[in-house]
Write a protein that binds this ligand. Structure first.
Ligand SMILES: [Zn+2]
Length: 132
């Protein structure tokens, strides 16, 4: 099961917006700190998701901060693919639904403004992990 959305560059239909809004009323692409905290100590019986969020940053992110993510985010990693100012945050998240997993992953960025203070999520993907 894969849930996938391109968030930037085009208008989302109301159905898409609803689908990507977490139970706390936050759009997954904007991140939800409540979802982030919920999945940080989620029940082990909940599904495990492999989540990826591509985002642009207004400013370059120092290499040290990229490495720092692993320390703060447990199973999260922040990478910089070849394109400048485009970043990829990936991680394993436990949550009931894919939208919560994505909101939780992006919520990590909201929670850790010292890593990236201004960001725009352009694309997200949540894959139900078979290993979980
Ligand atoms: Zn939420």
């Amino acid at each position: 099961m894969t849930e996938w959305a391109i968030l930037a560059g085009r208008a989302q239909s109301q159905a898409e917006v609803d689908r990507w809004t977490c139970p706390h009323g936050r759009h997954a692409g904007q991140g939800c700190v409540t979802c982030y905290q919920a999945c940080a100590d989620a029940d082990a019986s909940l599904p495990l998701w492999e989540v990826a969020a591509w985002f642009t940053s207004a400013r370059p992110i120092p290499i040290r901060a990229l490495h720092d993510v692993h320390r703060h985010g447990q199973h999260f990693a922040l990478d910089q693919p070849s394109t400048p100012l485009i970043f990829l945050l990936t991680g394993q998240v436990r949550a009931a639904q894919g939208v919560e997993a994505v909101a939780g992953l992006v919520g990590f960025l909201v929670q850790n403004r010292h890593i990236v203070d201004e960001f725009t999520v352009t694309e997200v993907r949540a894959v139900h992990s078979l290993t979980g």
